[in-house]
Each structure stands twice: as structure tokens, then as C-alpha cells.
Design a binder for this molecule. Structure first.
Ligand SMILES: [Cu+2]
Length: 168
């Protein structure tokens, strides 16, 4: 696991610094580390990443990042009523689109572009690129109802660009 982060005092938002190798970390460890609430550093990790050519040390302040074809982290655990920022840090265009069925009872549907259903979001995307999150743009949503939310990126669903938010 190559992953480093600091939980900042401001806004209780996780600012994470990681390498491409962080993709390899498993969810359990991520949650355990994220829940610890203190700075964590895995010795040797950064230098390993650098030695094989990855850029490291770039701090990104967002809750979920959109990379070339994935959400990172894939699964995120947050408190109810937290506003989550999904930020496109790649050079590709993405969407954040909720699965209709994968949300707790009573939870509001969410999608970049503000659509009220998956059908509406997909229709807008295929019709006119509706809901697009361009490079360096963000989409925010506040998760009010505890439970599990599944979401995906419309143009990259076939590449398994899928994420989960666990709201406590
Ligand atoms: Cu995408």
C-alpha cells in the first residue's frame, strides 16, 4: 500500500497525497487509515513510486478525484450531511451519475448537471454532453441520508468507472 494523507483541521476534509500505487490499496485498510484521523506516512512508499517514474508529492484537496478512468478513492466513508466534492483531476471529461437503485430509501437522486433520474442524465449526456465535468471542474453533493450510494461515470461505465459513498 502506497498511500499518504493528512486530515486537515480546516473543514475536516481529507487532503491526500499519493502515488499511482495507491490503486492497489484495499478498502478495509483505507477505511482504517482514514478513520485514524492523524497524519500517516508509509515509509519508503514515495521513493519507490518516484523510482519507477510516478509523480508524487502533489497534494489534491478533494474528497473524490476523477482520474483517467476511475474514481479515487473508489469507496469513501463520510458522515451524514457532509458535502462531498468530486473533482476531475484528469484530462478527460467525466460525469458523476447516481445509480437509481443503489441508494438508501428517501435519499435524493444526484447527478452532475442536476438531473433527477439516471434516464434523464444519460439522455442529456448522449444528446448534448449534459452533466459533463470537464478537467479541473468539480461537482458537489451533500449526502443527508445514511446508507450506501453507488454512482458511475456515463462515458466510462464500460471501463468500470464506478464509485461508492458510505454515509454513516
Ligand atoms: Cu469518466
Amino acid at each position: 500500500m502506497c498511500f499518504q494523507y493528512v486530515r486537515t483541521a480546516v473543514g475536516d476534509r481529507i487532503t491526500y497525497v499519493y502515488s499511482e500505487l495507491s490503486r492497489l490499496m484495499d478498502r478495509r485498510r483505507f477505511l482504517a487509515v482514514a478513520g485514524a484521523g492523524s497524519a500517516v506516512s508509509i515509509a519508503g512508499c514515495t521513493s519507490i513510486a518516484e523510482s519507477i517514474g510516478f509523480e508524487t508529492g502533489v497534494a489534491v484537496s478533494a474528497d473524490v478525484e476523477m482520474t483517467i478512468s476511475s474514481f479515487r478513492p473508489t469507496e469513501l466513508e463520510v458522515e451524514a450531511d457532509e458535502t462531498i466534492e468530486f473533482r476531475n483531476t484528469s484530462s478527460h471529461t467525466h460525469t458523476v451519475t447516481a445509480f437509481e437503485e443503489a441508494r438508501p430509501d428517501g435519499a435524493e437522486y444526484f447527478a452532475s448537471g442536476g438531473y433527477d433520474s439516471r434516464q434523464e442524465a444519460e439522455g442529456a449526456w448522449y444528446d448534448r454532453g449534459g452533466g459533463a465535468i470537464e478537467p479541473d471542474q468539480s461537482f458537489e453533493h451533500t449526502f443527508e441520508v445514511p446508507g450506501e450510494y453507488g454512482y458511475f461515470c456515463i462515458p466510462h461505465l464500460t471501463a468500470d468507472m464506478i464509485g461508492t459513498i458510505q454515509v454513516r
